[in-house]
Every structure is written in structure tokens, then in C-alpha cells.
Design a protein around this ligand. Structure first.
Ligand code: MCA
Ligand code: AMP
Length: 465
């Protein structure tokens, strides 16, 4: 299986710097030689060519890659590095300023690694390609094991559904440490063989500029599309594109409609998770329906189940928990066999935790989440428990409850209710920011006298809203 495809000619450009495929492969082969045999390798995943070289190096070496969000705070970073047992860390020279503690992995500046000769990727069969850390409802993020075959299956299904070919020029500016930006947005381009233009950050003007330079296929999270709509000139520049794709969070119907009106393209929506990669999507050659995420991709099976475990009819109305079986399924949570077991039903279906309705024609609509403890803000998945724990680490905080509340630009924002003595809201936001990634810090903190609890003593978050 040649995960990276075999394009003869291809350019990867990030934030204005470009690399030809041949050079990328030679530099990645050099990295592969350097890290060969490691248990796992962390990559300081800035939006840069060095990140792409490092990640491809990991794949060529058959070493699981652990993308480290560049703004992750010390607590988060220590957890990811310790849990994954990454003994090496690849970063652009001078870019990583991580802790100086003795537990830090040995740093290898990607720029200093000499280019190598091509390596045979087939040798590594179906090894783990990535350990992607993602938030659960409680506790620190879990490492999601993603195999090479899951990625290959996921990318091939998307290429088919979106008619994605080497003639496309893929454009996006998403972070390179999640499935969307990294697996779809980088490995997808490499496997399909389409050039990639990464805009550094996903700004409307940058998407417009890339469109006028020949970009055809654009990826964004709903916040990006909403910002594109707010910049009408930028939106109109996308008229020449072939396909606009939205995912990672619900695309509000008004944004869908506005985007279609301004660009002439009804966006293709698709649904997925870090654990399952993308499983449901609209098609390039089919309908696009606002508020809907499409049909199961080839090889994917879905079902809806009521709370009591009974099947839910596909009438387009009745909601149920979405269960999935798919060739792009993850291989479990690293070091967490109980969590892995709990995420599957006894008959082998993955419980997504999303509530959906499915029409008689198979079209899926995501209507919500089973738990209030997973927040989606700007397309980032944030576990309420992780933010609550960060708040509780402050000596003045006695109780904390975190939830997602509606936000016009980000979909949801992180909102905290805190019982504390002698500390103000601003200080608590900074305190979380010192520990966790920027997007995990609360946008607002409400200091309250007590939290609403049920008879069991559990906080009733729905009463906080
Ligand atoms: C953030 N800021 C804050 C706070 N939070 N300032 C004060 N108080 C806070 N509580 C700062 C930020 O650091 C930033 O500063 C500035 O405010 C603006 O932040 P924000 O509004 O969040 O905008 P942004 O930084 O422009 O980010 C919006 C974004 C971003 C570009 C849409 O959220 C993003 O990249 N999202 C993509 C997430 C993603 O890729 N998810 C995929 C996972 P400064 O400007 O100084 O930096 S999902 C997945 O992989 C699956 C499988 C799938 O389905 O795709
Ligand atoms: P992550 O693992 O960060 O990809 O987060 C996965 C979650 O994002 C899913 O369980 C959904 O709740 C949400 N999600 C992803 N794509 C969509 C979409 N197109 N519409 C609604 N929710 C989505």
C-alpha cells in the first residue's frame, strides 16, 4: 500500500514557501533514517513545510507520528509526550520552546537533517501512522491510533465522492495537528497527487488570493466559511473554484445559503470524527442540502439507535445515536483499553456520541451531541472536563463547571461557571491559557455562589444555560 500515492510532479506550498514533491520525499527520507526504530516521534506541528517533511518522514520510517499542537500549554504537552512515549521531537529549527524538564524528548531540528534516498514504505504494512490526541468528556486528551490502511481507505473514499484528482489544486489554512488539516489536507493532497496551497491561516483574503491563482478545491470549518461570507469580495473570488467543502462542526443553514449565493457553489458538507475519519459526505456529482451532511461513504455502514438500544426508523425526523462501522475506523485509544471497549457496542459498532436523523433516502442530519461535555468551538473539539481540571488547579477555585454556549462566529464558545474566593474572571482565563491551548481557554467565566446539582450531587449543566 503506497499511502503517499505516486504523483510524478507536485508542489506543496505553505504560507508562501513551496517544495517540489521530489525534494519533499528526499528530505523526508533523511528524517526517516534519523528516527528509524523509535517507538513514536512527536512533531511540533506548526503550519510549515518542516511539519510536512517531519510527518512524511514518520510515515516513511513506519514510526507513529504524534502531532503536538504548537500552542499546547505545559500540562497538555507533558501529557501528550508522556502518554505517547515519544522519545524524539521533530521541529523547525528554533521553533520549539518546550519545557526544559528532563522528561522532554530529544529534539531534532528538521532543517538540519541531510536529505536521504527513497525508502520502501511497503515494509511497514499496516502500522500506526498517527497518534492523534483528542478531547473526551472527562480527563486529559486520549491518543487515537490511526492506521495507514484507515487513512488510505478514508482518503480514497473522499477522492471518489468529491471527484478529487491530480488536476485539482487543494487550498486550505487549517491547523496541521488534526484530521481535517493534516490527514485530509496534507496526506490527501499527497495521495491524490494534487498540488497543495496552505495559506498559513484560514483567512478569507488568503482563500480569495489562492482562488485567483488557480485553487479549485477548498477546505474550511464553518467558522472559516462564515468569515468568508462576511468578506463579500473574497467570497466572490471563489466563483472560479470547483468545490467548497465544509466540515468538523455544523455549518449553519444561513452560512450555507449565503456562501452558495456569493460564490455560486453550494458547499459539500461532510461529517466525521478523529476516531472514524470522514464517514458521511455529500458528493461532487450529487445534491447539497443545507443542514445535512450527506450519505455514508463507500464501505461505511451507519445505524441510529434509541437510548434504550432499539433501532430508530429512517424517517428523517426521529433522532437516535449514530453508530458507525467503517474501514477508516481507528485502532483504539492508546493505553486506554477500557475507553476503547466502551466506545464500541457489543456487536461491534462505534458509538459516535452524535445524535442524528436519517431520511428514507439515506441523507444524514446531525442534530446534536449526546453529552454536553464535548464542546465544538471554531471546529476544535474541547472536553469540558479538561478545562474544569485546569480551573480546579487554581488554589482559589472550589468548584467549576464548563459548557459550550452559542457563539455567532465559533459555533460554540467555552463558558465556565466557577465557585471561587478572591480571584477575578480575567485571571482565571489567563490561568487556563497558561496550561492549555489557546482555543481551550474560556471566553467567559461566571463567578457564582454555587452550582446547580441533582439529588446525586452531580452538576446539572443544562440548568446553567
Ligand atoms: C482565543 N483567543 C482569546 C480567547 N480564545 N482571547 C481572549 N480570550 C479567549 N478566551 C484569541 C486567539 O488566541 C486569537 O489570538 C484571537 O483570540 C482570535 O481567536 P479566534 O476567534 O478563535 O479566531 P482564530 O484564532 O482566527 O481561529 C479561528 C479558526 C480556528 C481559524 C477557525 O478556530 C481554527 O483553525 N479552527 C480549525 C480547527 C480544526 O482544524 N478542527 C478540525 C478538527 P491571535 O489572533 O493572537 O492568535 S476536526 C477533525 O479533524 C475531523 C475529523 C473533521 O470532521 O474534520
Ligand atoms: P473531532 O474529533 O475533532 O473531529 O470532532 C468530531 C465531532 O465533530 C463529531 O463527533 C461531531 O460532533 C462534530 N462534527 C464533525 N463534522 C461535523 C458536521 N459536518 N456537522 C456537525 N458536526 C460535525
Amino acid at each position: 500500500m503506497d499511502l503517499l500515492g505516486n504523483a510524478a510532479e507536485q508542489t506543496i506550498s505553505i504560507g508562501g514557501r513551496a517544495l517540489h514533491r521530489a525534494e519533499l520525499m528526499e528530505r523526508a527520507a533523511g528524517v526517516a533514517a534519523e528516527i528509524a526504530g523509535a517507538e513514536a516521534v512527536a512533531v511540533h506541528a506548526t503550519a510549515s513545510l518542516e511539519t510536512v517533511i517531519a510527518v512524511v518522514g514518520g510515515i516513511l520510517a513506519g514510526v507513529p507520528v504524534v502531532p503536538l499542537p504548537p500552542d499546547s500549554g505545559p500540562d497538555e504537552r507533558a501529557h501528550i509526550l508522556g502518554d505517547s512515549r515519544a522519545s524524539l521531537l521533530l521541529a523547525a529549527r528554533g521553533a520549539y520552546e518546550g519545557g526544559a524538564s528532563g522528561t522532554e524528548p530529544r529534539q531534532i531540528p528538521v532543517d538540519d537533517v541531510p536529505a536521504g534516498k527513497s525508502v520502501n514504505v511497503e515494509t511497514f504494512g499496516d502500522a500506526t501512522a498517527f497518534i492523534l490526541y483528542t478531547s473526551g468528556t472527562t480527563g486529559p486528551p486520549k491518543g487515537v491510533l490511526i492506521s495507514r490502511s484507515a487513512i488510505a481507505a478514508g482518503l480514497d473514499a473522499l477522492a471518489e465522492a468529491w471527484a478529487w484528482t491530480p488536476d485539482d489544486v487543494l487550498v486550505h489554512g487549517l491547523p496541521l495537528f488534526h484530521v481535517h488539516g493534516l490527514v485530509l489536507g496534507v496526506l490527501g493532497a499527497l495521495r491524490v497527487g494534487s498540488p497543495l496551497v496552505h495559506t498559513g491561516r484560514p483567512r478569507a483574503e488568503a482563500y480569495a488570493a489562492a482562488a485567483s491563482e488557480g485553487g479549485t478545491l477548498f477546505f474550511g470549518v464553518p467558522t472559516v466559511w462564515s468569515r468568508v461570507c462576511a468578506d463579500e469580495d473574497a467570497a466572490r473570488a471563489l466563483r472560479g473554484a470547483r468545490l467548497l467543502v465544509s466540515g468538523s462542526a455544523p455549518l449553519p443553514v444561513p452560512v450555507f445559503e449565503r456562501l452558495a449565493a456569493l460564490t455560486g457553489h453550494a458547499p459539500v458538507e461532510r461529517y466525521g470524527m478523529t476516531e472514524t475519519l470522514i464517514t458521511v459526505s455529500a458528493r461532487a456529482d450529487g445534491d447539497r442540502r443545507p443542514g445535512h451532511v450527506g450519505l455514508p461513504l463507500p464501505g461505511v455502514r451507519t445505524r441510529l439507535v434509541a437510548e434504550d438500544g432499539t433501532p430508530v426508523p429512517a424517517d428523517g425526523e426521529t433522532p437516535g445515536e449514530l453508530h458507525v462501522q467503517a474501514p477508516m475506523m481507528f485502532g483504539g485509544y492508546l493505553n486506554r483499553p477500557e475507553a476503547t471497549a466502551a466506545s464500541f457496542t457489543p456487536d461491534g459498532w462505534f458509538r459516535t456520541g452524535d445524535i442524528a436523523a436519517v431520511g428514507p433516502d439515506g441523507w444524514h442530519r446531525i442534530v446534536g451531541r449526546a453529552s454536553t461535555d464535548l464542546i465544538k468551538s471554531g471546529g476544535y473539539r474541547i472536553g469540558a472536563g479538561e478545562v474544569e481540571n485546569a480551573l480546579l488547579a487554581h488554589p482559589a477555585v472550589r468548584e467549576a463547571a464548563v459548557l459550550g454556549t452559542p457563539h455567532p462566529d465559533l459555533g460554540e464558545q467555552v463558558t465556565a461557571y466557577v465557585v471561587a474566593d478572591g480571584v477575578d474572571e480575567r485571571r482565571l482565563i489567563e490561568f487556563v491559557a497558561e496550561r492549555l491551548s489557546a482555543h481551550k481557554r474560556p471566553r467567559s467565566v461566571h463567578l457564582v455562589d454555587s452550582l446547580p446539582r441533582n439529588a446525586m450531587g452531580k452538576v446539572v449543566k443544562t440548568r446553567l444555560r
